[in-house]
Design a protein around this ligand. Structure first.
Ligand SMILES: C[S@@+](CC[C@H](N)C(=O)[O-])C[C@H]1O[C@@H](n2cnc3c(N)ncnc32)[C@H](O)[C@@H]1O
Ligand code: SF4
Length: 375
């Protein structure tokens, strides 16, 4: 059976970062924790009237800044979820935490309520870069957060690090990566900064490193990660053996997931078809009892299915079974094969009798590769 995941969105942050286009809002003085948890539970109940429940293999609590909420709130939430959904054995439960919002006791408490993977938003260890990025933490807090997470007993830790930052040199980018590696996390997400519409950076247009600098930083960074025992399994995701994020793999394998919380997206399969859901983005609207949680539910058309499937699976480094397409979309794999032959002729994908895989050239031109499946 295809994995089935649950995404939970927490839409508040202490401060909005100038590069961020996630659904995050400045937190009120007092976060309405109890009302929000009740809304999440009701939201889940409503989703489950539309799709058939199966045991969930992972939960990802993302944001926003989920570490603004206390462990006892997550305890209550998990108990309520388990009245509606079965937790699969070895369920992966990840929480995104921001340095500057956590101290050791909070990590210990998170672990005690069943959270077994932490994703820490470090971004950089460089004081100047942290300030340009508008982060609420400094370098000391970044180091402390990682050490506290280790000491609290978390062995599944991801560090989010960004590169290609305003004015960043190759050496500075590599320093951040080397410092992250030194902390020996199981997983590193190494994202290149993108300038998104509706962000402060989009208006202020900071000077980013040249394409050439970005290219050389990436090449050297990939080599360092590899030498340190991290394998790249997705565009920006690197892991020690067996440490891949099961939750993210569900997205990239075009699996099903429910998305609850303000602005959360979901995707699920029923006998009628494949549906995408989105919830109201504004916390006030989401919490308004007069309004439904859902802002949109939409069936994915046959034409969109192939594109969406390829958009997700081409992010992965590993070979993908040809059958995964029919398993997840219900469509004939012949539709996929005729299209990937075009990519194979351009040397962007290689094909065997049973699998296909993005080539190194395809990885260099992932956007062009994905665009082949648009028509
Ligand atoms: C859901 S976000 C936020 C997690 C957490 N609130 C934080 O900022 O620490 C997950 C990660 O996406 C990355 N990210 C956010 N905006 C980005 C951008 N414009 N370009 C590249 N990476 C970005 C950051 O590394 C961030 O930690
Ligand atoms: S803390 Fe994270 S989610 Fe919040 S504004 Fe900054 S990048 Fe966005």
């Amino acid at each position: 059976m295809n994995p089935f995941a649950l995404y939970i969105h927490v839409p508040w942050c202490l401060k909005k970062c100038p590069y961020c286009d996630f659904n995050s809002h400045k937190s009120p003085e007092v976060i309405p924790e109890k009302a929000y948890i009740q809304a999440l539970i009701d939201d889940l109940t409503q989703d489950l009237t539309q799709c058939q429940a199966r045991p969930i293999t992972s939960i990802f609590i993302g944001g926003g800044t989920p570490s603004l909420l206390s462990a006892s709130i997550y305890h209550d939430l998990f108990e309520a979820i388990q009245q509606q959904l079965v937790f699969a054995e070895n369920i992966e439960i990840t929480l995104e935490a921001n340095p500057g919002t956590v101290e050791q006791q909070r990590f210990i408490d998170y672990k005690a309520v069943g959270i077994n993977r932490l994703s820490l938003g470090i971004q950089s260890f460089n004081p100047k870069q942290l300030s340009i990025l508008g982060r609420i933490h400094d370098a000391t807090q970044a180091h402390k957060a990682i050490e506290s997470a280790h000491r609290a007993g978390f062995n599944r830790i991801n560090l989010d690090i960004m590169h290609g930052l305003p004015g960043q040199s190759i050496e500075q980018g590599l320093d951040d990566l080397t410092t992250a590696i030194m902390h020996n996390p199981e997983h590193i997400s190494w994202y290149q900064l993108t300038i998104e519409p509706n962000t402060v950076f989009y208006k202020t247009k900071p000077t980013l490193p040249s394409e050439d600098t970005a290219y050389h930083l990436e090449e050297e960074g990939f080599a360092r990660l590899h030498q340190a025992g991290y394998s790249r399994y997705e565009i920006s995701a690197f892991t020690k053996p067996h440490g891949a994020s099961r939750h993210n793999l569900t997205y990239w394998h075009y699996g099903d997931y429910l998305g609850i919380g303000a602005g959360a997206h979901g995707k699920f399969t029923t006998h009628q078809g494949i549906f995408r859901t989105q919830k109201h983005r504004q916390p006030k609207e989401y919490l308004n009892p007069e309004k439904p949680f859902l802002s949109e539910v939409k069936e994915v058309t046959q034409k969109e299915l192939l594109f969406e499937f390829m958009l997700n699976t081409t992010r992965l480094e590993q070979a993908i079974p040809i059958d995964l397409f029919s398993q997840t979309t219900g469509l004939d794999s012949a539709i996929l094969l005729s299209q990937i032959e075009i990519a194979s002729n351009k040397k962007l994908i290689s094909i065997t009798d049973t699998h296909w895989q993005v080539t190194p050239l395809g990885r260099q031109f992932t956007n062009d590769l994905q665009a082949l499946f648009l028509s």
